[in-house]
Design a protein around this ligand. Structure first.
Ligand SMILES: [Zn+2]
Length: 395
């Protein structure tokens, strides 16, 4: 049913990696009694990840979930004590499981905690440890666990360019991957260089005041309001640029892309820049095209490692504004204005593909260019423009 907002702006677009079915209940992440119950519940689902790749059942393309009984001997129960006690007992020479609480699937039966219920989801890192810890019992247990997963027919699959997961699972995986990556990239305190500790079930890291019960040297991150670090999200823009007469789309071929593969232009936001300014700057730097109006259309989490793609549609200024030249920033191998009908054909061919960079020779006969599949926000932006269903704000 049309609502006042959908009448004006059109339906919301659900992008891949977004729309998780889980309630994150982020306010329960420091409640270790809740986490302990969630961890050990028989309905709880664990996503095993090796080098950031999730375990997937190849025949169905679905995540292969483990239960607590599968992981119990490997990880024990890191939430058996309170966070305060765990922090006081922190020992930097020990290896701790990297476990991230992802949330509750409230549509299914699992645990009940006050007014919250559902099936808890966790992500568990089963990657081999750093060489310094490879002789540990934990490392051996991890290797056994990873082997048992592959023996059961699952594979650790890269989702970076091959979007095999369905939308719900893509969103669960995106959260898991970003948190996992952030924890693994931040083993040391930015203030004093000592090892940090994962708390709040993988959602925060702290520089503990003691190590094996002994006070540590002072750290600029302690003794103030907080010594906590949080995961960051890096905003990125991606844009479908329309010419001033509204019949051609500007697409670029990154030098890293296969020949014939074109997509929307994209780049990172810089400090002190609005989204609209970043869109105008990136497009000018990469293609020489100058933009007028910029409209934000949709967003997509991009868990490599933790970007948020801000999808925009923009129009070029007429005349010289539409001139392409690539000499500012040498990132693109090519950029061209493509007629809408060429883009439409390319989108239709790409529709059913799941591999971001798939470019089969047979397709070249049907259309001169290849574009990303429908699970890529670039595809969604192009589609909205060339099929005239962008529902852009008319203000
Ligand atoms: Zn520190």
């Amino acid at each position: 049913m049309a609502t006042p907002l959908t009448k004006r702006y059109g339906d919301s677009l659900r992008t891949y990696f977004s729309g998780s079915p889980l309630n994150r209940v982020s306010f329960l992440r420091d409640d270790y009694k809740f986490l302990s119950d969630a961890l050990t519940n028989s309905a709880t689902r664990f996503i095993a990840m090796r080098n950031f790749d999730p375990a997937v059942t190849p025949s169905s393309g679905a995540l292969k979930y483990l239960s607590y009984s599968d992981v119990k001997t490997t990880i024990g129960n890191p939430f058996a004590k309170s966070e305060k006690e765990v922090l006081a007992e922190w020992d930097s020479t020990k290896v701790y499981p990297l476990l991230v609480f992802l949330g509750l699937d409230e549509s299914a039966e699992g645990i009940k905690h006050e007014k919250y219920s559902g099936v808890p989801y966790f992500a568990l890192d089963v990657s081999p440890l750093q060489p310094s810890a490879t002789s540990s019992a934990y490392d051996k247990a991890l290797a056994q666990l990873a082997t048992s997963i592959t023996d059961a027919g699952a594979e650790f699959v890269s989702i970076r360019t091959n979007y095999v997961l369905n939308y719900n699972e893509s969103a669960i995986y995106a959260m898991a991957r970003s948190y996992m990556d952030w924890n693994l990239r931040n083993p040391f305190c930015a203030g004093c260089g000592a090892k940090t500790m994962s708390v709040n079930a993988g959602a925060k890291r702290v520089c503990p005041p003691t190590d094996s019960g002994k006070d540590k040297p002072s750290c600029p991150s302690r003794g103030v309001v907080t010594n906590i670090s949080f995961p960051r999200t890096d905003p990125t823009i991606i844009v479908a640029v329309v010419n001033s007469t509204g019949d051609r789309l500007l697409l670029g071929r990154n030098k890293r892309f296969p020949n014939g593969f074109y997509s929307c232009l994209a780049g990172f936001l810089e400090p002190g820049e609005s989204i609209e300014e970043a869109v105008r700057r990136e497009v000018w730097e990469e293609s020489g095209v100058k933009l007028g109006k910029v409209v934000i259309y949709a967003s997509q989490p991009w868990p490599y490692p933790s970007s948020l793609m801000l999808g925009a549609i923009a129009e070029a200024l007429p005349g010289d504004g539409e001139k392409i030249h690539l000499e500012h920033d040498p990132e693109l191998g090519d950029a061209q204005w493509f007629p809408f009908d060429v883009v439409r054909t390319a989108l239709q061919i790409a529709e059913q593909k799941s591999d971001l960079l798939d470019i089969s020779p047979a397709d070249t006969d049907k259309c001169p260019i290849k574009v990303p599949p429908s699970k890529a926000i670039a595809h969604n932006l192009m589609h909205a423009v060339v099929n005239d269903n962008a529902h852009l704000p008319r203000i």
